[in-house]
Design a protein around this ligand. Sequence first.
Ligand SMILES: [Zn+2]
Length: 531
Amino acid sequence: MSSSKAIHQVLLARLFPIPKIGTPKIDAESLRSFRQAFRRPKSIAAYPSLSRSISSAADVGEPRSNSDPREPSRTPTASKQAKNVGSSTPKLGHIGAHSQSLMFERVDIKKLTKQLRKVDVVDRRLRQVLDGSLKVMTTTPPAYPPKKPRIHEKMIQAYSPTAHEFVNVPNIWLRDNCQCSSCVHEITKQRLLDTFQIPQDLDVDSHERDATGIKVKWSDGHESYYTDDFIAKSASLTENKGIVRQAITNLHLWGVEVSENPPTVPYPQLMSQESKPLLQLLQQIRRYGFCYIDSTPATPEATKFVLERISFIRLTHYGGFYDFTADLASKDTAYTNIALEAHTDNTYFSDPAGLQAFHLLSHTDGEGGASLLVDGFKVANDLYHEDRDVYNILSSVNIHAHASGNEDISIQPYKGFPTLNHDQQTGYLLQVRWNSSDRAAIEMPVEKVEKWYDAARKWNDMLKKPENEYWCQLTPGRVLVFDNWRVLHGRSAFTGKRRIAGGYINRDDWISKFKMLHYGREKVLKHLTVD
Ligand SMILES: [Zn+2]
C-alpha cells in the first residue's frame, strides 16, 4: 500500500470511526471518491460547508501548538504517516487561504479531522455516501452494551460509542429533559416545562449517584432524577437510535419462493376482541411486507373491518374505502383492465400510503387479472451487493411525480424523493418509491441524466426477474394487505367484470399500532427524547 493511500485510510477511519458493531467496511469505491474529493479543487468546492469550515478555521487562526506534529497523537499511525509524506510543515492556514491549490499532502490530518467532524451533522449525506452506510438493514441492530454514565468535574457524562469516549451531557439538555411529573405530563408525556425559562447559566449544586441513576440538584432550585439507562441512551449509536421509534425488526426478504408458504392470518380470529391476532397480522406485514387475511366474507363491510382493525382509512382525491367495478370513473390506469407493471402507489404524495388492501369480491364473465407482488427491499438488497454505483444513484437522485388525472387536481410532493429513500440518521432503507407512469421531473442537470436512466434500467430489469416476481390469483375471501413502502404491486390484464374493495392506511398510523402492541406503551414512551 502506498503511503498516501495509507493516509487516506487512516483519515477516513478517523473521520468516520467505525464502531465494532453494525457498520460496513469502507470499500474501494468510497475510498476512491473520497480521494477524488480531496485531490481536485473543483470537488472540494462542491461541498461549500466543508470549504467554509476549513476557511473559517484558518481565519480564526487556532494556536500553533495544536498542529504541532510533535504533539503526542492518539493514533500514532496517523502522525507517523503524516511525517512520511513530505518535508513541508503542515499548516492549516495554507489550505484556507489557497483552497484552490489544495494538496492533500499539505493537510494536517489532526486539524482537518477536527474541522470535518464539525460539519458531520450538516453533511450527513456526504458522510453516508463516503462511508457506504446507505443500505438495506434486514436485522435489528444489536444493542451496544452501554457503559454506566459517570460524573466528571460537575458534569454528567455518557459513553459515546461513536466518539469512543465519555462525553459531557450538557446541563441544558438534561434540565430540558427532566422526567419528573412537573416537567413532563405523566400521561401524554408532553413537556410542561418552559424550556426558555431555564437560566442560560444553569449550574449544578450537587450530584448524587445511587444504584440505578443520578439525582441532580440544579442551581435554579429544581431537582431531577435520570436513570443510567436514559443517560446512556442519549449518546448511543445512531444505528441504534430508531429501533423502537421506527419499529425496526428482522425482515424476511423474499422472491418467487414465498408463494409456497405466504404469510396469512384467519379473519375470524382478527374479528375477536383479542389483540394477539392483530399483532400477528402486523408482525407478518413488518417481516414480509404483506399478509393475507383468509376466510374473510366477500363483502365490502368485512374488508373495511379488516382495515379499520388496524387503523382509520386514509382519504385521498379518489375517496377513502373503495368498492369499485373496473371502469374509467376514477381516471387512473388502476381502474381500467390493462396490465400494470410492479409499482408503489402514491409516489405523487409527499407521504405515500403505508398500507394498502385489496379484496377481489367477484370476477365474472372473464379471466386474467393475476396479482403481482415484488419485494422492493429484496431487490434493493440484491442491487446493493451487485452494483453499488447504481444503488447510490437511485438513493441520491430525487424524482418528482404527479397525479393529474382528475380535471381539478395536479398533486405533487412538496419535494423530490429518491427511488430508494433512506433514513438520514441511520442510513437504512426506509421506502421504495417507484412508478414510471406517474414520474415527472428528474432532479439533476439534463446533460447528466443518462446516468439516472442507466441506473433505473438496471433496477427495472431486476424488478422483472422471474425469481423476484410473486404472482398470485386473488380470490373472494382472501384480503391482501401489503406495505406500500416496501412491496411493489401490479397485475396482468383481464377480461370481464372485476369488483374490488380496498383502501389505504397511513404509515405513521400502522407503525404506531404495531409499536404499541409489539413493545407496549411503557417501552415506547420511555425513550421519546433519546431514541
Ligand atoms: Zn422536573
